[in-house]
Write a protein that binds this ligand. Structure first.
Ligand code: 5RP
Length: 235
């Protein structure tokens, strides 16, 4: 299977977890978009669900497919979120935010009873960190925040460049009006510790480490579908 077929296989497998009447969180990115496409077909065929999108892009896609949409204010508790990832390890710790939607993705995923990650095989790694870790910061004091992020990653034994994400010559702006620093750390030996440090850094809106958030990963591989399940409440 090509990477694109692997993403499709993962998205199709996730659709099998969707049941009538569910409240769903819809992820962002090319893999999540395949899930949303499939969901649109099921809705057209009579499936009754209500969904919260994790980005303006996903909202537009879902609305175009006639998928019923709500907000977390109207529907604060969801049954299931299905989303992609930039990296995932065997514990289902994730790096997300390559598409810049990490803040809403985390709010939606942590408002869901379950989160299913869908990915192609290239996303499954032994140690997180090859993909630069996105950290969303509020624009006020962004350089001061960058220095605090640097201190936090150093304190966690990581090092590497921390660069402001750019788009067409300007700082990339998230759906929330924030900026993103991408932290090229190479290896993150203790993701949970780094997540805690970054979460307590003033100016950081959120970071792309998702710890104890996902329950199941459905990974398309050249050999077929691979499933990883964890008990996210384990010690
Ligand atoms: C967006 C994300 C995406 O889930 C992640 O970037 C994976 O995207 P893709 O499925 O296109 O590889 O976190 O913020």
């Amino acid at each position: 299977m090509t990477p694109d077929e692997q993403k499709q296989a993962a998205a199709d497998a996730a659709l099998e977890h969707v049941e009538q009447g569910m409240r769903l969180g819809l992820g962002t990115g090319s893999t999540a978009a395949k899930f949303v496409d499939g969901l649109g077909k099921k809705v057209a065929a009579g499936l009754n669900v209500v969904c919260v999108a994790t980005s303006e892009a996903t909202h537009t896609q879902a609305a175009g497919l006639g998928i019923p949409l709500t907000t977390l204010d109207e529907t604060p508790e969801l049954d299931l979120t299905v989303d992609g990832a930039d990296e995932l390890d065997d514990n289902l710790s994730l790096i997300k935010g390559g598409g810049g939607a990490l803040l809403r993705e985390k709010i939606v995923a942590t408002s869901s009873q379950r989160m299913i990650v869908i990915a192609d095989a290239s996303k499954h790694v032994a140690t997180l960190g090859r993909f630069p870790l996105p950290v969303e910061v509020i624009p006020f004091g962004q350089e001061a925040t960058r220095r605090k992020i640097k201190s936090a990653v150093t304190a966690c034994g990581c090092e590497g460049g921390i660069t402001l994400r750019m788009h067409d010559g300007d700082a990339f702006v998230t759906d929330n009006g924030n900026f993103i620093y991408d932290c090229a750390l190479g290896r993150i030996e203790e993701p949970e510790t780094l997540a805690r440090f970054l979460s307590s850094t003033a100016g950081v809106a959120d970071h792309g480490l998702f710890i104890r958030t996902a329950d199941i990963a459905l990974i398309g591989t050249p050999e077929g579908l691979r499933t990883i399940k964890v008990d996210k409440w384990h010690e």
